[in-house]
Ligand binder design. Sequence first.
Ligand code: ADP
Length: 180
Amino acid sequence: MIAIYPGSFDPITLGHLDIIERGCRLFERVIVVVMPNPKKTPLFAVPERVELIRLSTSHLSNIEVDSFEGLTVNYAQMRQAQVLLRGLRAISDFEAELQMAHTNETLATQIDTVFLATSNEYSFLSSSVVKEIARFGGPVDHLVPQHVARAIYRCYEIHPAATLTKTNPTTPVKPPRLGR
Ligand code: ADP
């Protein structure tokens, strides 16, 4: 059975990775598909997000990473996938996810949405939380794969060790608290 895991992944977090790894144990093949979300202003361009996911999932053999703009069910049909994989964190996710699953069912009855409950340790984690922390100079190394953290620090011009800004190298920014 082939599962599609669609999302904006801006950027991939350890919460996403947990769902991907568990999905790879359950399904023959998981296709992670990056979809632009017109409601959100992105930090990373779609090809960058694809690359970050590829680097984060290089240890998995039954995975593919792709991008698509359009209806998820159209992509799933094109790839002959039977399942849409989604993660559920809290009740707040539930309403929108259920609505989306029902909507997709009206568009393609042969495709089912399968929800995986978040692992406890990642129940608070979202790409937005990561960006919010990084924007104010905080550390995100414990929330995303290492190369993703580096890419985020580059975006916000934060150096996790040196803690100096590029614009004014003599002015230290608030040092990020490293470690957990
Ligand atoms: P979207 O904009 O489509 O919600 P996201 O990248 O935010 O895309 O999320 C993609 C999917 O991953 C969604 O189903 C979301 O609920 C799930 N997800 C995100 N973070 C976590 C997490 N920490 N634990 C479990 N599932 C998660």
